[in-house]
Design a protein around this ligand. Structure first.
Ligand code: GLA
Length: 391
């Protein structure tokens, strides 16, 4: 039996990577619901494609597709309605869905009947970002209503909350809804959306957040996706089982990026242990785009039970190498070119390996063989090569 290891931080200098590998980062005061989001949430959200045109029928169609196109089997389980579903409140103050949605409980029941989970959206302000009714002064009542409908996931978007709360109270505002959700007794993933304000990654878990947006909204173009994705460097210490950084939802399949750019999107999000919420119209997805979302080897990197968010190993101008340690002792690696096609190199010592290692290509689904010292791949313009390296 091995003797317990005592780490004396005052006398031993351990690198952040070592601390991450040892999983010794904890979040002070964390009280996130422990039963949910032990790996980054996966599913679909209506916003990136449908925005305010979304209807209950679109959500049902998405659920049907997920249940039958391989996504459910791949781990995509949350079917989340974003903004624009609310009509207002009734005489008792209860939130009422608008005519595009009708009976929200019936929609939740339908999603559940497919073996999937149902998510909804609100704001701590009087109005949501698109001007629909928010939860201000109805937090308790809304949480109860969501639980009665069978909601499994709430995205809570700051929006107009600045009109009624100073931003200095942002933690209390989020904690209030978390308390209300906890009192329902229903396990509900709590997704904070306040665009990364006030270094949310430092305190998001302490107010009950299971994930928190770290940036403003993603757009379906390479410049936006790359700025957000590569901009996550340095936040890896704050993610772990039950509490994740959220660089926003996927744009794969929405048509604004090239195939290589969407491969970069998926590779990077999986290395970041980011939530994987598809944001496209699943009734029209091309086989090529669906194959990106369904890559089991990429998903396994994202969902690895160790729950370590990947970090940037090196950046030489537009050429970047990222790595994510996995539970089984292997390391997932991304080689990226943010410019034209270039060879990109990773040194195995930067991954913590000496001597010969095995390398597998996770997009080609091919073992590449044994290598020593370093590995170089030709990376297409705006593209990515995703590897697994092990001893
Ligand atoms: C904000 C959020 C988006 C989306 C819209 C809806 O912009 O960041 O993800 O929810 O509101 O109005």
């Amino acid at each position: 039996m091995r003797a317990p290891i005592t780490i004396c931080l005052s006398s031993v200098r351990l690198s952040a990577v070592t601390l991450l590998a040892l999983n010794v980062f904890t979040v002070p005061g964390a009280r996130a619901q422990t039963s949910v989001a032990q790996t980054p949430p996966m599913g679909w959200n209506s916003w990136n494609h449908f925005a305010c045109n979304v209807t209950a029928a679109d959500v049902r169609h998405a659920a049907e597709q997920i249940a039958s196109n391989g996504m459910k089997a791949g781990g995509y389980v949350y079917v989340n309605v974003d903004d624009c579903w609310q009509a207002g409140r009734d005489a008792q103050g209860r939130i009422v869905p608008n005519e595009n949605f009708g009976d929200m409980k019936a929609l939740a029941d339908f999603v559940h009947s497919k073996g999937l989970k149902f998510g909804i959206y609100s704001s701590p302000g009087p109005k949501t970002c698109a001007g629909f009714t928010g939860s201000y002064q109805h937090e308790e009542q809304d949480a109860q209503t969501y639980a009665e409908w069978g909601v499994d996931y709430l995205k809570y978007d700051w929006c107009s909350a600045s009109e009624v709360h100073p931003v200095s109270q942002i933690k209390e505002v989020y904690r209030k809804m978390d308390d209300a959700l906890q009192r329902t007794g229903r396990p509900i993933v709590f997704s904070l959306c306040e665009y990364g304000w006030d270094l949310v990654w430092r305190w998001g878990a302490s107010v009950g957040g299971n994930l928190w947006r770290t940036t403003g909204d993603i757009e379906d173009k390479y410049s936006s996706m790359a700025r957000i994705g590569f901009g996550q460097a340095g936040l890896e210490a704050f993610a772990g089982p039950g509490h994740w950084n959220d660089p926003d939802m996927l744009e794969i399949g929405n048509g604004g990026m090239s195939h290589d750019e969407y491969l970069t999107h998926m590779t990077l999000w999986c290395l970041l242990a980011a939530p994987l919420l598809a944001g496209n119209d699943l009734t029209r997805v091309t086989p090529r785009d669906l194959a990106i979302l369904l890559n089991k080897e990429a998903i396994a990197v994202d969902q690895d039970p160790k729950g370590v968010q990947g970090h940037r190993v090196s950046a030489e101008g537009p050429l970047e190498v990222w790595a994510k340690p996995l539970a089984e002792g292997s390391v997932a690696v991304g080689l990226f070119s943010r410019a034209r096609e270039f060879p990109v190199k990773v040194s195995f010592k930067d991954l913590g390996f000496t001597g010969p290692v095995q390398v597998r290509d996770l997009w080609a689904h091919r073992d590449l063989g044994q290598f020593e010292g370093e590995f170089t791949a030709q990376v297409p313009a705006h593209g990515a090569v995703m590897l697994k390296v092990w001893k």
